[in-house]
Design a protein around this ligand. Structure first.
Ligand code: TYD
Ligand code: MG
Length: 498
């Protein structure tokens, strides 16, 4: 008989407790622990793993050989090659293409474009690979098709052969290959995990998109879809089938208001790769970042633009983040940020003005708030600019998130330029970290940054003194040791001592 017991689970991190607490000591959050029933499963699924009951009549495959450990030298080298997704920006973030059998989690705020991206990727893949399955647990078949026709995705199942379109349990009939042999993109509007697992086992797609993990439902668990228990069990069941059948799974996960994928630690441990799709909903560009990758470097970014016909790759992101070069406002400076291995030239804008509050306002968009505070203090103490009674705002063009210290020098110069109401030479880039003593520190990947600036037609670069530089970079290099020297070099009027 099914025996049920209660456990208490933190909805933020998935930590489990045997009794209720108001505070989760694993992730330092308050009021996130709630009761969840854990039931002994009597279906084909258990914590030990999903056992198919479609292939072997409900029994585990008795012919399967027991696993034995191998000597390292016995493991053969012929790993399956990665395959391209059809989008160079996605391939870059994945570390050079999709790894067969990998489990990739793609997180992001609602409405940012995850479904759009994955439908486009599924379509691209279906042109080169056989059998791509798009499991839509949020939208009906008709809704997916509506989006697809807007995106120009032409190879979807035609009317009459899919489902009742409401994503309910009964809509299990994804078209079988024999029904439409020329069509390799299959849509399954379904929320029931067991139906999805069965379809994965029978269709054996090369790639399956699950949109989204929070709307899947495993009927043997009584907790609601999206709860930590559901998300964890669904992901691990999908992973087992994916690894066994060598199906690459691209799973969509929604992000909580704190910016983490619901049930984050549980999921991030399970999956091979975690990507975040982010951006300002009101701006057109979207960034795809990798935060965990078993098969490549993290911190790579891919850049897309949301157009009226879906997402378009941005090949030259610097142009997007440079703003209008002809009408420069006072208080603008240009930096070269480096995201992973990709340099991006970004315009920073600063505005300082007398405050009408008792304590001045400081605000940032795209840049780090605490670095702004620090730079204001350095400029006041080391350069002698009285900023403590002024409001200060700093923003990066397009709101691109620039967290790295190499942006410090540009931020400092932009603030001084706004204070003095001067225009910084628009063909100069500033790269360097500012220390608390007003000294300028070396930064990494200088060569990449300078090459990008030269490529975009910049003429001068103000860089930290002592930085080893390649020859013939095509830029006039001004090496400085202190932030005051950068200000004098970058702001024309400062040179003439005005
Ligand atoms: P969607 O992929 O549904 O987001 P998510 O799955 O992350 O919730 O993206 C929907 C948004 O994208 C919606 O606000 C409309 C916009 N959009 C376009 O601007 N152009 C398009 O061609 C499409 C399909 C969507
Ligand atoms: Mg969606």
């Amino acid at each position: 008989m099914a025996k049920s017991k209660q456990i208490y689970v933190c909805s933020e991190c998935g930590a489990e407790y045997t009794q209720w607490f108001g505070y989760c000591k694993e992730c330092d959050s308050y009021g996130t622990i709630s009761e969840e029933p854990i039931e002994q499963k009597n279906s084909g699924f258990s914590r030990g793993g999903w056992q198919s009951n479609t292939r072997s009549g409900g029994r585990a495959d008795k012919t399967a050989k027991p696993r034995v450990s191998l000597k390292f030298s016995q493991i053969n080298n012929d790993v399956q090659a990665r395959f391209p997704s059809g989008y160079g920006e996605l391939d870059r973030v994945l570390g050079g293409g999709i790894v067969p059998g990998a489990l990739v989690l793609i997180g992001g705020d609602p409405g940012i474009g995850k479904s759009t991206l994955l439908l486009q990727v599924a379509n691209q893949l279906s042109q080169r690979l056989s059998r791509i399955l798009y499991v839509s647990a949020e939208e009906s078949g008709q809704q997916v098709k509506l989006r697809a026709s807007r995106l120009g995705v032409g190879v979807l199942p035609s009317e009459g052969e899919t489902t009742n379109g409401n994503g309910s349990k009964k809509s299990k009939s994804a078209p079988k290959p024999e029904e439409k042999p020329d069509n390799d993109l299959y849509v399954l509007p379904e929320t029931d995990l067991e139906e999805i697992l069965r379809e994965l086992e029978s269709l054996k797609p090369q790639v399956a998109v699950i949109d989204s993990i929070q709307t899947l439902h495993f009927s043997s668990l009584t907790s609601a879809p999206g709860s930590v228990a559901q998300v964890r069990e669904c992901t691990s069941a999908l992973m087992q089938v994916g690894k066994r059948e060598n199906i690459t799974l691209l799973i969509v996960g929604h992000v909580t208001k704190e910016g983490a994928i619901a049930g984050p630690r549980v999921l991030e441990h399970l999956v091979d790769t975690v990507l975040y799709f982010e951006g300002d909903r009101y701006a057109s560009h979207r960034l795809l970042r990798s935060v965990k990758n078993r098969f490549g470097a993290t911190h790579e970014i891919g850049i897309f633009e949301m157009a009226d016909k879906g997402l378009v790759e941005v090949d030259n992101p610097s142009e997007l983040f440079l703003g209008n070069r002809d009408e420069l406002a006072p208080g603008t400076a240009t930096i070269v940020a480096c995201e992973g291995t990709r340099p991006i030239v970004v315009e920073l804008q600063a505005l300082v003005s007398p405050t009408s509050y008792t304590s001045p306002r400081r605000s940032t968009t795209g840049v780090d708030y605490s670095r702004l505070q620090q730079i204001l203090a350095v400029l006041e103490k080391r350069v002698g600019i009285p900023l403590s009674k002024l409001d200060a705002y700093v923003a990066s063009a397009g709101g691109l998130g620039v967290g790295e210290p190499a942006a410090d020098l540009g931020m400092a110069v932009a603030i001084v330029a706004s204070f003095r109401d001067r225009i910084v030479d628009p063909r100069t880039v500033l790269i360097g970290e500012v220390g608390l003593g007003g000294q300028v520190r070396l930064v990494s990947q200088m060569e990449l940054r300078l090459k990008e600036a030269a490529k975009l037609g910049f003429k001068r670069a103000i860089v930290p003194k002592g930085q080893s530089l390649p020859e013939d970079i095509g830029l006039e290099i001004i090496a400085i040791a202190k932030v005051i020297d950068a200000i004098i070099a970058a702001i024309p009027s400062e040179r003439s001592g005005e």
